[in-house]
Design a protein around this ligand. Sequence first.
Ligand SMILES: *Cc1c(COP(=O)(O)O)cnc(C)c1O
Length: 360
Amino acid sequence: MIPIAKPLLGKEEIDAVSEVLSSGMIAQGPKVEEFELAFADYIGCEYAAAVNSGTAALHIALLAHGIGKGDEVITSPFSFIATANSILYTGAKPVFADIEPATYNIDPERIQEKITSKTRAIMPVHLYGHPADMKAITEIADDNRLILIEDACQSHGAECLGRRVGSFGTGAFSFYPTKNMTTSEGGMLTTNEKEIAEKAKIIRAHGSKVRYLHEMLGFNMRMTDIAAAIGLVQLGKLDRFTAARQENAGILSAGLKGISGIVPAETKTGYTHVFHQYTVRTEKRDQLAAFLKEKGIGTGVHYPIPIHKQPLYKELGYKDSLPISEKAAEEVLSLPVHPALSRADLQGIVEATKEFYAKD
Ligand SMILES: *Cc1c(COP(=O)(O)O)cnc(C)c1O
């Protein structure tokens, strides 16, 4: 079976973990700080705060900006549930703006329509590794004095306007094993604001900077040195991983081009797509997925139910109609694109897809 995702871990990661275990310093320690400095440098921002998940990074980003009860945060309904849930955790209200059909990212025009006197922040998601329209979104944020929090959990190293995502506002990254780089579980907040970085580091450690002096309500959301040691090695490999993802995506796009009934993944001009997912669109999504599965090819649906249609959100009273997201949820299918794929794997994926549409 060709899996839809596969973390690439080698001897370097094993050695790095062994070193930490031997040191006896296995919770948050010097490796975490080293990883934060290296990650901030990679993203091109001033500060970074390591945490224990991407969800925690989003949650802390909102809290560090003082967002809570009575506030509204505009975000994408077409994402992993953690995006919107992080807003709920703070007591604020997620407000959903529909997406653009080509990139599946939040549509700036739809953001504009959702701004009210309660809006405090915009949280775009750089979905699948394709940056959201940051030119328009930063303009809207500036014009309306809104905080910008980027869900960059799928887009390590993705670029637009000559900058890496996560450096425009306060960024949140995930290092879950399926992501473009991993620490096992883990996350990172990135920012150019010193106060936000400091606050994030306080919130992740029980609201405390000085031991046993608690300034505010915090959590235990720390990263361990074991995770950070893996992250440092993976960060060193990230450019190679990304280049392999981009090359694989190119092979898939070239192979799928011209098959009628399937729309290959798109990259808009001026954007660097890091292909966390290679996602096609087809009306025969479920049939194609079943056919590929029979051929030993794993696929994924990201995501089958938009967030506003999830039982949790219906229970909360959400009745939005967001047609572009709802249609995408019925038609998207992610094909394997990860760096562990061989040429033969990619050829097999293309041939099987051609076969499916030929028999149709
Ligand atoms: C993975 C992911 C998250 C959550 O990250 P975790 O590390 O799993 O908590 C949030 N948003 C998006 C878009 C993601 O893909």
